[in-house]
Design a protein around this ligand. Structure first.
Ligand SMILES: Cc1cc2nc3c(=O)[nH]c(=O)nc-3n(C[C@H](O)[C@H](O)[C@H](O)COP(=O)(O)OP(=O)(O)OC[C@H]3O[C@@H](n4cnc5c(N)ncnc54)[C@H](O)[C@@H]3O)c2cc1C
Length: 407
């Protein structure tokens, strides 16, 4: 009889492990608390990055036996980089910098693509079930705590496809906002890396900014969002259980690009169970150095306001002029290097807090930072109008998938 494997969570990390194990004949059961894969998200666009490795991620996926043609993706080689003083420049690469995918329960979403792969391989997925984590071999249940949150609005638009990335400490405290438009549907999202009251005012003000600077003809559909959990555990296998994806702290502290880590760690866990590698060692040698570099960058970003963001944006463009490719900057940012290695102990003690969590693991966690006095400002009249417009749409049935209370 084939060995039974229980996986907690039918998201990207859990389903990639499920696919590999089921294709090798394991009796795989995935237990998901929500009604479907992707239900944690609601049609938001996310980018799968191509800068933490020199190998294109879709090539890597195919080598592992995962088929990226199972879901819709749109490659980008150029972005609008919006500096804090509203200057817009264009990092550009010859290859693919990232691919935009949709998260959710529609057929073309990445979550549904991974679900189809797992089912085709023979895994059984049990939706709307609760399973005791101690009865599972792989924990893939996504984030638990909040170290940062993101709020977005999805809308119809006439604007052509674009990705814009804005470094702005006022509209997105400690972080960035973005605009993604794919085939007539847009998402404007602001990320808050300092905890705020009345978070919707940041989204309203961000939307107002994009409306003034892009011809959007925006017709709102719904509001979405989510949280990110940034913590580095002492061990990735605990009491015989493999912790993968965000449940295992495998998340990018700098920008929150966690999908590649989630899929990769699911694959590593499956291969380890099959005896092909040692999960703990592989995470420590391949993913942890990148995560540490991202944590160091986050530590530095937490210390700079808009003046620092402007320096980063300028440095990015100068780096591109020197190297002839904008993606090289993003690759450089994740390289451990002597400087980053030297300041790691300061980052560990200055930014991360030791915490024992309910399942017995000890993690070094980045707490949700407190608001600063500069985070309080009067909204513009355009932002107030956008807030009123959204209230009207909500009264007419416009959905909201994530609120301040979810944090
Ligand atoms: C607003 C937002 C924007 C983001 N943008 C990007 C981006 O552009 N690029 C990028 O790479 N990453 C992005 N991320 C991060 C990315 O979404 C995550 O890092 C990634 O989905 C983590 O995968 P996972 O498998 O760990 O978790 P998930 O894909 O979230 O899967 C976890 C699953 O476990 C289920 N679950 C939870 N608790 C239980 C339980 N007790 N029992 C059973 N099941 C449970 C959940 O319902 C979910 O289906 C973003 C995140 C947010 C919130």
């Amino acid at each position: 009889m084939s060995r039974r494997i229980d996986i907690l969570g039918a998201g990207l990390s859990g389903l990639s492990a499920a696919t590999l194990l089921a294709s090798e004949g394991y009796d795989v059961h995935v237990h998901e608390i929500r009604k479907d894969s992707g239900a944690r998200f609601d049609g938001d666009f996310q980018g799968i990055e191509n800068w933490t490795s020199n190998v294109d991620f879709f090539v890597e996926m195919r080598e592992w036996g995962l088929d990226p043609d199972e879901f819709k993706s749109d490659p980008f080689s150029i972005i609008d980089l919006i500096h804090p003083d509203d200057e817009i420049t264009n990092p550009v690469t010859d290859g693919i910098a990232f691919r935009v995918v949709e998260r959710g329960t529609d057929e073309h979403c990445i979550d549904q693509g991974f679900k189809r792969m797992a089912l085709a391989a023979g895994a059984q997925i049990h939706y709307e079930t609760r399973k005791d984590p101690s009865e599972c071999d792989i924990i893939a249940a996504g984030p638990k705590d909040s170290s940062a949150v993101a709020f977005g609005e999805i809308f119809h638009t006439d604007h052509p496809n674009i990705v814009a990335f804005q470094l702005n400490d006022k509209l997105a405290p400690g972080a960035y906002s973005y605009l993604i438009i794919i085939d007539g549907v847009g998402l404007i999202c602001t990320c808050l890396w300092r905890q705020q009251k009345k978070s919707s005012r940041y989204l309203n003000e961000t939307i107002a900014w994009y409306e003034q600077n892009y011809e959007l003809n925006r017709r709102p559909i719904k509001r979405v969002g989510g949280k990110g959990d940034f913590s580095i555990p002492d061990r990735y296998i605990h009491e015989g259980r493999y912790y993968v994806g965000e449940a295992g702290g495998l998340q990018d502290f700098m920008w929150g690009f966690g999908m590649r880590y989630a899929i990769t760690s699911g694959v590593y866990a499956a291969n380890s169970i099959m005896g092909a590698n040692d999960y703990e060692k592989q995470i420590r040698s391949r993913l942890l150095p990148l995560i540490r570099a991202s944590a160091i960058n986050r530590f530095l970003m937490n210390r700079i306001g808009d003046r620092g963001f402007k320096m980063v944006a300028n440095y990015w463009m100068r780096h591109q002029a020197r190297k002839g490719d904008g993606l090289e900057f993003m690759k450089w940012v994740y390289q451990p290097g002597i400087f980053r290695r030297a300041i790691w102990p300061i980052v560990r003690f200055g930014m991360l807090r030791r915490k024992k969590i309910a399942d017995g693991r000890t993690v070094s966690r980045m707490p949700f930072r407190k608001a600063l006095s500069r985070d309080v400002w009067e909204p513009t009249s355009q932002a107030e109008e956008i807030g009123k417009q959204w209230k009207e749409i909500q009264r007419g049935g416009g959905g909201i998938s994530f609120t301040e209370t979810d944090t």
